[in-house]
Design a binder for this molecule. Structure first.
Ligand SMILES: Cc1cc2nc3c(=O)[nH]c(=O)nc-3n(C[C@H](O)[C@H](O)[C@H](O)COP(=O)(O)OP(=O)(O)OC[C@H]3O[C@@H](n4cnc5c(N)ncnc54)[C@H](O)[C@@H]3O)c2cc1C
Length: 415
């Protein structure tokens, strides 16, 4: 396929000059495939001081942790796992134990990790509700566009289980506005729940990066021309090429791949078309804060009920998830926790701000609209946000773009 509708093939030994904006998993995986193909001269521009995007590893009291966890799940994440294997990155199994705490008047509602007889009695209604909810979700086909609330009600799902179990569980993986979940396309949410085993934690296997997700990035980056600390300020697309303005100078390329978050992409285009603007505006991303701390009050009251992933429903109805990194990594020493969407202030050792695609009822149509613009005006779109928003989606998006640019990709998602 032609890399661009208006582009004639380069003469002689000239290679396509490609600018990739954003050195997250997507941008790096794409750059690696293009470089391997030999027909492209690829430059990756990254605003942050380090490559990796959301892939960040920090050291706390001698323990190397990935605050955003970044676990992969087999068999779903086959492209990401294939890439990891090609790079020789070491993975380790994840103890996916989970606890559940509800603060509304009770100290805790259920601890799946170590329930007592009394807790089992408390949990039984929730578990039977969860099973009915799971059966309802399983019956929804991926292409079902009706609102989730209507689809679940029609299939007899339990409203209480949806509110107290499915909402927080979904939210730990996937930001959405509380009042919008039931309006999201049912097929999308059901597909997500199945893909990530949300109500089937025993199915599939979770893997973490043994040496931290930064190890994945540092191997991915090898041999690539990645300019870190170089924010792209503007992208001007013309009839003969693309011009990128940065603080380090102005650079010309044949093509540009926007592998940033959608909002960042829109901010740097000098002349977005009406279609680009409308699709990128609909693709909203949500700020996601993670606080790393040593405060055990984020955990169930009884230490014997501590699990790797600890969900908590706060009195005001908000949710948080605390990861106990010692258990995740199977090591002792001072307890290190990372709380996602913290409900109150902790004495933070580190505070990390991320952004994650927020699902709205219009996300799927905006993704489809943008994918329909691939290659127009010398511009390609790439990112986890064009799929479900996970590492697997980042790699699949890179594979799809590289394939569309005529590269014979060796990763399994290409099949
Ligand atoms: C809290 C959290 C937990 C997660 N946990 C998991 C998990 O357990 N498993 C999983 O599979 N996925 C997880 N994810 C999702 C995963 O992190 C993402 O799917 C993946 O990292 C996205 O990669 P990306 O390359 O598409 O985007 P990003 O990582 O966001 O990379 C985009 C890059 O573009 C750069 N950029 C932006 N603007 C410019 C500019 N103007 N010039 C130059 N560079 C620019 C940014 O600095 C950034 O580095 C999690 C995400 C979050 C937020």
């Amino acid at each position: 396929m032609q890399p661009h509708e208006d582009l004639s093939p380069p003469g002689g030994a000239r290679r396509w000059s490609v600018a990739v904006v954003g050195a997250g998993t997507t941008g790096l995986a794409l750059a690696r495939e293009l470089r391997r193909a030999g027909r492209f001269a690829v430059t990756v521009y990254e605003a942050r001081a380090a490559a990796g995007g959301n892939c960040r590893t920090v050291t706390v009291g001698g323990l190397r942790i990935d605050p955003a966890v970044q676990v992969l799940r087999s068999p779903r994440d086959r492209a990401a796992l294939d890439l990891v294997a090609q790079l020789g990155v070491r993975l380790a199994p994840v103890d996916a134990s989970t606890s559940w705490v509800e603060e509304r008047g009770r100290s805790w509602h259920a601890a799946v990790a170590r329930p007592s007889a009394r807790d089992v009695a408390r949990m039984l209604p929730m578990l039977s509700g969860a099973m009915r909810l799971r059966a309802a979700l399983d019956a929804i086909p991926p292409e079902d566009d009706e609102p989730l609330g209507a689809a679940l009600a029609r299939r007899g799902a339990d409203g209480a289980a949806t509110q107290s179990l499915f909402y927080p569980l979904c939210h730990a993986f996937w930001p959405f506005q509380r009042d919008e979940l039931l309006d999201l396309p049912a097929g999308l949410v059901a597909h997500h729940a199945r893909e990530h085993g949300l109500l089937r934690p025993w199915a599939g296997a979770w893997h973490r990066f043994e040496d931290g997700v930064a190890d994945f990035t540092s191997r991915l980056i090898q041999g690539l021309d990645v300019r870190t600390g170089v924010a792209v300020r503007s992208v001007r697309r013309g009839p003969t090429g693309v011009e990128l303005r940065t603080e380090a100078g102005t650079f010309g390329h044949d093509l540009v791949v926007l592998a940033t978050a959608p909002r960042d992409a829109l901010a740097i285009l000098t002349d977005p078309s009406a279609e680009e603007k409308s699709a990128l505006t609909e693709l909203v991303d949500e700020p996601t804060r993670i606080v790393v701390h040593h405060d055990a009050s984020a955990m169930p009251a009884d230490r014997r009920d501590w699990a790797t992933f600890n969900h908590r429903v706060h009195r005001d109805g908000s949710w948080s998830t605390t990861v106990w990194h010692n258990r995740l990594r199977g090591v002792g020493g001072p307890d290190v926790f990372a709380t996602l969407h913290p409900g109150h202030r902790f004495d933070a050792v580190e505070t990390l701000d991320f952004r994650h695609l927020r699902w709205t009822p219009r996300t799927r149509s905006a993704q489809a609209a943008l994918l329909g613009l691939q290659g127009r005006r010398r511009t390609w779109w790439c990112g986890a946000w064009l799929g479900l928003g996970f590492q697997e989606d980042a790699v699949r998006s890179a594979v799809a773009t590289a394939s569309a640019l005529g590269v014979n990709v060796r990763l399994r998602a290409a099949a």
